[in-house]
Design a protein around this ligand. Structure first.
Ligand code: APR
Ligand code: PHB
Length: 395
């Protein structure tokens, strides 16, 4: 079969790219190794920057997000038993974030694709990318015991951190940057009302905790845990007890506990691939970069990659220009590295590192004391959290 753009991966990046290309009249086929239900079963953060909100509207899939999403103008940082509210709206001149679970966003994109009758091939295997450094790239895969080939103009590697696209690039053509953190996040999802109407990021002597939410009746909580912990070792009661120990008195009083509907431990990693374009194959989203979830940047960085890539491909087909394609990698990486920096910085600010020692603890305390009692300090947290302007400093 033939298409203009072959997209590998039906996560948020692949689905959003497919939707934006479709609206511009560009054909794309998505191949996905899992089932649609499996993709939807992944629990991921959903704190959307304005750029991401605008992109979903541009893609024509923002209706339910605006109806069901929760607009947040600030969040709390709990440290030393004291809460400090980061008033994002005031500190950034009116910017906010939207809390809307990634599962729901992915569902909206899937529904739009199905409604438009666009091709997504689920549960494929042995996906391989070929000749992406030529004018005639190809994708091959297996489905129901049959071999298939897609001839295309471009390949979009939206296949996540463990995907095949980045892995298919000769090592001499790619540089990978990685930092692994010495702890994980134990996450719990429960059908209980959130402990607070905004998110609470906690730096306690027992470690980091985060109180987040999916709706007025569904909450998401995280605890920093050692990498050696196993999720089966954590009963729900043990989770709630530890969370209480990391919260302040009002939090302990407001906390409504209940049975977990999902519980898992995720490792934390910073990872960047340079470049992100290889001939006629482009990497986007988690295929090219990973951030620790502390700054809630994963989905937002993926969305801006897709914004740049869709614009570049539309420009190629409609204006016969290679300008966007040629600048894709530089534009993405400028934004990605600032997202990586904030995510790393916020992680080292709010977590207790196993071997941090007394000096590092005092320095962390001093940094928090400064940031939370300085308008300039709080503004730097706020303006990065809501998302820097697009092409912030593209010289
Ligand atoms: N062939 C086909 N599909 C593949 C392959 C392969 N070889 N390898 C991976 N995939 C699919 C995965 O099953 C997954 O559905 O690619 C998709 C990649 O989706 P994500 O990992 O969600 O990455 P992305 O779409 O870039 O979304 C980034 O997801 O992980 C979160 O925090 C991250 O919020 C961010 C968002
Ligand atoms: C979440 O709701 O899952 C979430 C929110 C904010 C974060 C990380 C995760 O920084």
């Amino acid at each position: 079969m033939r298409t203009q753009v072959a997209i590998i991966g039906a996560g948020p990046s692949g689905l959003l790219l497919g939707q934006l290309l479709h609206k511009a009249g560009i054909d794309a086929i998505i191949v996905e190794r899992q089932s649609g239900d499996y993709v939807l079963s992944r629990i991921r953060a959903g704190v959307l920057e304005q750029v991401c909100i605008d992109l979903l509207d541009e893609a024509g899939v923002g209706e339910r997000m605006h109806q069901e999403g929760l607009l947040h103008t600030g969040f709390e940082m709990l440290y030393g038993g004291q809460r400090h509210r980061i008033d994002m709206n005031h500190l950034t001149g009116g910017k906010n974030v939207m809390v809307y679970g990634q599962t729901e966003l992915t569902r909206d994109l899937m529904d739009a694709r199905t409604k438009a009758g666009l091709p997504t091939v689920y549960e494929v295997s042995d996906v391989a990318v070929h000749d992406f450094d030529s004018q005639k790239p190809r994708v091959t895969y297996q489905k129901d015991g049959q071999s298939h080939e897609i001839e295309c103009d471009f390949i979009a590697g939206c296949d996540g951190f463990h995907g095949v696209c980045r892995a298919s690039i000769p090592r001499s053509s790619i540089t990978e940057f990685e930092k692994v953190y010495p702890f994980g996040w134990l996450g719990l999802l429960s059908d209980t009302p959130p402990v607070h109407d905004e998110l609470i990021y906690v730096n306690s002597p027992r470690g980091f905790a985060l109180c987040s939410q999916r709706s007025q009746t569904r909450s998401r909580y995280y605890l920093q845990v050692p990498l050696t912990d196993k999720v089966d070792e954590w009963t729900d009661d043990a989770f709630w007890q530890e969370l209480r120990l990391r919260l302040d008195a009002p939090g302990r009083e407001q906390l409504v506990t209940g049975p977990s509907i999902e519980k898992s431990i995720a490792p934390l990693r910073s990872f960047v691939t340079e470049p992100m374009r290889f001939g006629r194959m482009f990497l986007a989203g988690d295929a090219a970069h990973i951030v620790p979830p502390t700054g809630a940047k994963g989905l937002n960085l993926a969305a801006t990659d897709v914004k740049y890539l869709s614009s570049a491909l539309i420009e190629y087909y409609q204006e016969k220009s290679n300008a966007g394609i040629d600048s894709y990698s530089v534009r993405c990486l400028k934004r990605i590295w600032k997202g990586e920096r904030f995510s790393w910085w916020f992680t080292q600010l709010m977590h207790r590192f196993p071997d941090q020692g007394a000096m590092a603890s005092r320095l962390q305390e001093a940094e928090l004391d400064y940031l939370l009692n300085s308008e300039a300090g709080s503004r730097t947290i706020a303006e990065n959290y809501v998302g820097l302007p697009l092409d912030f400093d593209l010289s």
